[in-house]
Write a protein that binds this ligand. Structure first.
Ligand code: UDP
Length: 244
């Protein structure tokens, strides 16, 4: 086993159907199955979930809503997604204990995020879903994904993508000559402004040498394969660029 404790960044879009909005039950079941699969192998799993299937703060401007307010709406969207995931994980994983921890206190529906308590949950084999991002505006959930991974001493961040299986030299849908990176250095991602993750998140990962695996979540078993040490997707790391 390569990793014993991971943090997964799941975009809200992973819970949605084709159009990327709202919820699709099959998509949510797929997430639950993938997560429960690695959890049953004994991997400790934390999930930071986004809210893009409901609302993103960057839409605020065009909707005539001030950015900080729009970001609050986006953060609350992640709370809804977290509860939805908890529901699905609990229904499909008989007996599995799943906790939703929020950076914005909403005591009636979720636990507050407290670092040591989150670590304690992981040590007891509970799956934790971390919602409301950092609790502050002007970032997306990429940044707290890296931040929580570091805080919780996860060995890696798994950044799940829909329909793209890693980082390429060019857009593989437009350019058939595009090649996938097996490994890519943090500095290359930053210099080329590759949009696998927000720049601020990549910088934080770089400063603390956190490996970030970018992989296609639609491929069943991808998470398990990463955890056992197989070569899946692209890993952003303190390493030289290497193409597949
Ligand atoms: N957000 C925020 N602070 C945070 C995390 C998220 O303000 O620490 C807001 C921001 O508006 C963001 C939205 O929540 O657009 C939803 O998160 P994100 O865009 O990361 O969702 P994803 O694209 O991953 O589904």
């Amino acid at each position: 086993m390569r990793y014993r404790r991971i943090l997964m960044k799941l975009s809200g879009g992973a819970l949605a159907g084709e159009e990327g909005w709202g919820f699709a039950p099959q998509a949510i079941e797929h997430i639950a199955d993938e997560v429960l699969d690695v959890h049953r192998m004994g991997v400790e799993v934390g999930i930071v979930v986004g809210g893009g299937n409901i609302f993103r703060g960057e839409l605020g401007e065009q909707w005539g809503i001030e950015r900080a307010e729009a970001d609050n709406i986006g953060m609350l969207a992640t709370v809804i997604n977290g509860l939805m995931l908890r529901g699905a994980l609990t229904a499909r994983g008989e007996g599995s204990d799943v906790r939703v921890m929020t950076a914005i206190p909403i005591n009636a529906v979720a636990e507050p995020y407290i670092r040591l308590r989150a670590i304690n949950h992981l040590e007891h084999g509970r799956i934790i879903i971390l919602v409301a991002g950092t609790g502050n505006p002007y970032v997306t959930t990429d940044y707290p994904a890296v931040q929580r991974a570091l805080e919780l001493r996860a060995e890696a961040l798994l950044a799940a993508k829909n329909g793209v299986d890693g980082i390429y030299t060019a857009d593989p849908r437009r350019n058939p000559a595009a090649r996938r990176y097996r490994t890519i250095g943090y500095d290359t991602v930053i210099r080329q402004n590759l949009r696998a993750l927000d720049q601020s998140a990549v910088l934080l990962a770089r400063d603390h040498s956190l490996p970030v695996h970018v992989f296609d979540f639609d491929q069943a078993g991808a998470m398990r394969r990463i955890c056992v040490g197989e070569d899946v997707g692209t890993v952003i790391a303190d390493a030289r660029d290497e193409l597949v």
